[in-house]
Design a protein around this ligand. Structure first.
Ligand SMILES: [Zn+2]
Ligand SMILES: [Zn+2]
Length: 128
């Protein structure tokens, strides 16, 4: 019984991460998932998110010292707005391929390219 509950928790967490493009952090996932599973704790959400990332089911990356999660594990670029904190996906295959094909990578084999580029989003730069 406890095992079933655990599986459902993880499923709901993964579902939420995959249903949004906002690259949520643990708190954002928690706020959503607790509506469906009121008994869930932030610690459980946190643990499950990292387990999913460790298992390679979702992508984990750090922005401003905080972990964010992404359903899209393919190589892509993130535009991170330093004003409102929004993270926008930018799929530039050419750029990512270029980086993973750099010869003489000191023997390092690139598996995926997940880049974060900081700046101001359209909305925030228009406000200035
Ligand atoms: Zn912004
Ligand atoms: Zn992304």
């Amino acid at each position: 019984m406890a095992k079933v509950r655990k599986t459902i928790q993880m499923q709901k967490i993964k579902e939420y991460v995959c249903s949004v493009r906002s690259h949520p952090n643990a708190e954002m996932v928690f706020e959503h998932v607790r509506k469906e599973i009121p008994s869930i704790t932030l610690a459980t959400v946190y643990r499950n998110l990292h387990k999913l990332a460790d298992d390679g089911k979702i992508l984990r990356f750090k922005v401003n010292n905080e972990y964010r999660f992404d359903c899209d594990r393919s190589s892509h670029v993130h535009f991170v707005c330093r004003c409102c904190g929004s993270i926008i996906d930018h799929n530039d295959k050419e750029l990512c391929t270029k980086l993973s094909d750099v010869p003489n990578m000191r023997g390092f084999k690139v598996e995926s390219v997940i880049m974060c580029v900081e700046g101001l989003c359209k909305k925030c730069s228009e406000k200035r």
